[in-house]
Design a protein around this ligand. Sequence first.
Ligand SMILES: Nc1ncnc2c1ncn2[C@@H]1O[C@H](COP(=O)(O)OP(=O)(O)OP(=O)(O)O)[C@@H](O)[C@H]1O
Ligand SMILES: [Mg+2]
Length: 1231
Amino acid sequence: MTLLTKITNEAINENLEKRWKNGEIYASIITYIGHVLISVNPFRDLGIYTDQVLGSYRGKNLLEMPPHVFAIAEAAYHHMSSYKENQCVIISGESGAGKTEAAKRIMQYIAAVSGGGQNSSIQEIKDMVLATNPLLESFGCAKTLRNNNSSRHGKYLEIQFNAQGEPVGAVITNYLLEKNRVVGQIENERNFHVFYQLTKAAPPEYQEAYGLQGPESFLYTSRSGCLDVEGINDVTEYSETIKAMDIVGLQKHEQDEIFKMLAVVLWLGNLLFVEGDDGNAAISDPDVANFIAYLMEVDGESLSKALTSRVMETQRGGRRGSVYEVPLNVTQATAVRDALAKAVYERLFEWIVQRVNLSLQTRGGDQYVIGVLDIYGFEIFDDNSFEQLCINYVNEKLQQIFIELTLKAEQEEYVREQIQWTPIKFFNNKIVCDLIEEKRPPGVFAALNDACATAHADPSAADNSFVQRLGFLSSNAHFESRGSKFLIRHYAGDVLYNVEGMTDKNKDSLLKDLLNLAAASTNSFIAQTLFPERIDPNSKKRPPTAGDKIKLSCNALVTKLMQCHPSYIRTIKPNDNRSSSEFNDKRVLHQVQYLGLCENIRVRRAGFAYRTTFEKFVERFYLLCPATGYAGDYIWQGDSVSGCLEILKHNNIPQDEWQMGTSKVFIRHPETIFALENLRDKYWHNMATRIQRAWRAYVRYKWECARKIQRFWRQNKYNIGYLQAREYGHELLGGRKERRRFSLLSMRKFTGDYLDVRGGTGLATMIRNALTLKGGEEVVFSMRGMTLVPRAMRSSVPSPRTLVLTNQSLHVLVTTKNGKMITMTDEKILSLNVISSVSTSTLRDDWIVLHVDNSPDGDTILSCIFKTELMVHLAQQSGGRIRVDATPQIQYKKKGGKTVTMKFVKNEKIPRDDVYKSHVVNVPSGESANSASMPPCPTKPRLTATSSRKPAARKPAASAARSAPRPKPAAAISSPATSRPLPPIQNNARPTPPPPPPAPATPSHPQFKAIYPFQSQEAGEIAFEKDDLLEIVEKDENGWWLARKDGKEGWVPSNYLEEYVAPKPTPAPPPPPARRAAPPPPPSAGSATSSSPKPRSSISPPSIGGGSTAPVAVMPGIAAPSSNGVPPWKAQLEARKAAAAGGSGGSPAPTPAPRPGPGAAPVPAARRAPPAPGPKPAIPAKPSTMGKPVIPARPGSGAPTPAPRAPPRPTSTSPPSNAAASLADAVSVIK
Ligand SMILES: Nc1ncnc2c1ncn2[C@@H]1O[C@H](COP(=O)(O)OP(=O)(O)OP(=O)(O)O)[C@@H](O)[C@H]1O
Ligand SMILES: [Mg+2]
C-alpha cells in the first residue's frame, strides 16, 4: 500500500478493488506505532486459513509473506515474545465487514503457534479460548439485515501468556449487549441465535420441563417473521453450544439453569395483557403467568402483581411518605414484562461471561497479554436511538486511539526528537468524543443524565428536558439539534438520533417491584446469582446510568489499549448484499475515507517505521558489531549513542535510512529493521550451530577416546600381568645387578611359559610327558637353561637343561639321545618349600644359585637367560618368601655340604654372554645396574575400515606420495617399476643355478622373506607362511610395515621378516632339498659353522653327535661346547668374521642364532635390517579368561611381599606351539 504512486482515497480504493477481485483481500501498512491490516470481506471461502497457510506464516516477518491476518497475529506474538510488551489487536469496521472472523483467525493462529506441547493445562486454556467463540456467538450474535451473524455486543478478549509465550489464562470483557433485541426485532432480523437453537433442538427433557416448543410458538422469536437464516443450522449449532459449554466447564446444573432462564424469557414474551373494565392491564392467560412463576420459582400472585402494578411511595421534604400501589395500563404492563425479560437475559449473558472468565482464570505465571478487540461496528440506521449513540461513541473512541497513536503522537514525537519533519494534516475526532462524553461543558451523555435526574418519573418529560439541554451543544460544529432529533457528525458519517425513549434507556433502572420479585425467588440462581442487589429504601445515591456505564467501560478499555503495542485490522465491507463479486466503489470509498487510511499511509511514507531509545537499540543489536559485542557479551565502552552509530555503520545501513533523535534512534523502512532482526536471529542461529558442532565434536572425541582406551585395553589387558611381573623383576634386581644391553631395548613381557609346556605341541608335548607333576601343579615358567653337572675328580661343567617352574616346584629336565631316540627326563624336582633364597651376581651373567635347606645334593646352580623372570616367578610362587640376593661372589653348598665360592670376573674378551669354568664366570661388562628399559615400541598403525592403508592423517607425506608419482628407492630406480608377479623362489626352482637372466625382473619394492609364519588377527593385516616372499610397500617406524602379497596389501610385523636378497650366480645356491639324493648325517654340534642356509621351518630334533647320551645344546647361544672346546656360537662368529675380512661378500652369512626376544645379541649394523627376530614376537593371543593382575609389591620393603602373579599364558586362541616351534627353529639355526 505504501508503494502507491498517488496517495489518495481514490487510488487506495482502486488498489483495494483490484486486489479484492483477484482474491487478495488483505493489504497492509507497516508502521512503527502499529501495523495496519486492511481486510476487505470476500464473502466467500478463499481457502486461506488452512493449517498449511498458517504454518507458512510461522516465524516470518511482515515483509516476508503477503499480507494476512496470520501475519498480524505472528507479528503481535513475536513482538510480545521478543520485546516483552503487551499487545492488542484492534479490529474495527462496519457491521458485516468481517471483524469477528478476523478475531477468530487471530485466536486460531495464536493457539496453533503458542507452544505448550503436551502440557494439558495449556492445551485446556487454548481449547477454552477457542470454545468461547461459538458460546458467545450463540448468546451474543444475531441475524441482522447487515450480517447473518452480527455481534450484538462488544468483546475484548485478553489472552494471558507466561514468559515462555504459552497461554496460561484469558479474560473476556463484555461491552453493551443489545438487550432490546430480546423483546423485539425489526422485520427480517432475529433474536439472539440461542433462542432458535433451544426452541428447535432442545432435548425432550428441556421441552417438558421448560415447556419448550418451536420458535414459531414464542412471540419474542417469531414476531419479526424470520425463523431461519441461510447458512445457519440452528440444530447443529445447538450441539456446538452445548459442546462449548462443556469445554469451558459449565456444569450440567448450570446449563440447566441457563436454559431455564431462556425459557423464562421466551414465556414472558407470550404473556399478554388485556385491558380490564377499569382500563387497567390484566393478564390474559393466567396459565402462562403461572408457568413463568413456576419456572422462576416465585409466587404466581406476586408475579402478576409485579407485572400489572407499581408500588409508589410519596416523599415529603426528603422524608419517606406513605406507600401505595398504582395499577398499570396494558402498555405499561407490557413494558414492565419486557424490562423483566431483558433484565433476565442481560444478566444471564453477563453471568455466562463471568463464569467463562472463572474457568479461564490464569494458571499462574502470566506475564504478557495479547488482547483482541472485536466490537460492534459503526451503525447508521434510519432510526437511531440510544444504542446507536453508545455504539458509535465507542467507535469514535477507538478511532481516537488510532489517530492518537498513528498520526498525532507519531508526529509529535518527530518534533520532540528534533527529526526533520513536515507535518501531515489529519482529522482529529477528539472533538466528537468530547461532544459525547465531556462533563464541562456538558456533552450528550451529561445532558441525558441531567434530564433523567430532573424528570425521573415521566419518560416523555425527561426526553423533552433532554432536548432542551441539547440546545447548549449547538455551538459544536459536529452537532445539530433538529427538534425531537439531533445529528452528530461522526468521523464515519452523520447520524441522526431520535430522542424518544433515550432518557428511559439511559436510566436503565429496573423497577423495584421486579427486583423484589426476583429476590423472593426460591431459585438461588435467580435470587442470588442474577439479581444479587437489594434495594436500600433509604439510599439517596443515584444509580449509574447506562451512559455512565458505557463511558466508564469505554475509557477503561482505552486505558488498557493504550498500554499495549497495538495492531489494527481495518475491515471493509465491499457491498451491502453479501455479494462475493460486487465491489461498491462508493461504499468502500466512504470507508477508506473515514478510516483515515490515506493519512495513515502518508505518515508512514514520510515517517520512520521504527524507533527506540539508544539504550534499547544497543541492547538489542550489540551482537551485530564486533566492537559492541563479542561472543554474546556486551563489550562497548562508550555511551549508547556512539554504540548505536557503531552498529549502524558496521552494518552498512545507509545514512538516509536512519536518524538520531535526542533520545531515540529512528529507522526509516521496516525492511531495515527486519534485516537487522534477521542478522540477529542468524547470530543466535550460528551460535547455536557452533555450540552444537562443539558438542558433537566433544561427543565424537569422547567416543574416540573411549574406543582408543577400549582398544588399548583389549590389546593389552592380557599383557598387563606380564608387564607387571617384569616391572617387579626390575624392582627385584634394580640397582643390584648389571643388565644385558638387549634387555634394555624394549619392554619385553614376562610371559613365563616360553616353551609352551602348558598347551603346546611337539617339543612341548615331549616336555609335558617327561614332567612328573603332582595334582594341582601348574606350569608358570619354562625355558632352556643350563645347570652345573659335577664330574668325577674334575670341576663341574655347564650342561643344557630344560627348566620348568610350576606353582609348587622347579623341575630340571635333561634331554638325552640314545641312537636316534631322544629322551627327556625330569632329572631334578626341587620343591619351592626347600628353596630358602636365590643368589645372583652383580655382573650381567645369567647364573643363579638356588640355596636349598639341608639338601644332601647341595644347592642348585642354574644359568638361564631369563633369570630375572625366573627369580620373579620363584618369588611370586613362594609368596615373596624366597629372597633374592645379588652379591659379587656367591657361596654355595656342593653335594656333601662343602661350601664353594663362585667367582664372577669381568672379562671384555668374552664376546657375548658369559663363560663358566672352574667356579669362575667370565663375563663382559653389562649396562649399569640402574639402567632402565626403553619404553615399548609403538603399536602398529590402525587401519581405517575403508582402506587397508595407513590413515592419511598420520602420514600425509606417505599418502601424498602414493597419489603423486612416488620417488623410487635407490635400489628400485635402476629397474623399472613393474607389477609383474614375484619371481619364483629361486632355491626351489632348479637343481642347478640358472644363468642370470638378461634383464632381471626386479620387483618395484624391496622384498622380504618371512622367517616365521604369521596369522593375521585383525582386518588390514595379511597372513603369511614362513618363507613367503613379500613386497614391502611402506616401512613404518613402529614395526608394522605395509606389505603386498599375492596382489593384496596389508600390515605385517617387520620383525617376522628378513630382507630377501636374490642369490647371485656365484656362489651357487645350495641345491634344493628335494633334489638331494640322501640327506647327509646331521653334522655334529662342532660343525655348526656351516654357511649353508637351512630351511628353518621344520622342528627337527636337536642333533646329537655320535649317538652319545651327552646332553644336547638345545639352548641357543648356550650350546654345549664342541669337542675342541670352542662353543658353536663362537665358531659361527669367527667364521663370519673371517668371511667379512676375506671380502668375499658372497653368500649371506648365516644369521646368528638369535636369542629369544630382546635378550638377543647385538646384530652388526650392516645387518640390522631386518632386525634379528627373537622368539616369535609376541602378538598376544587372547586368553579365554583373564584375572585382574595383582599389583606388585615393592621389593625390599621389610617383610617378604607377595610377588605379582602373571596371568596364565594364553592357550585357547594362541597358535599352537608357537614358542616351542620358534625355539626349535632357533635350535635348528644354531646348528
Ligand atoms: N475473511 C473472510 N473470509 C470469508 N468470509 C468472511 C470473511 N470475513 C467475513 N466473512 C463473511 O462475512 C460475514 C460477516 O462477518 P463478521 O461476522 O465477522 O462481521 P462483523 O464485522 O463481525 O460484523 P458485526 O459488527 O455485525 O459483528 C461472516 O459471517 C462471513 O460469512
Ligand atoms: Mg461481529
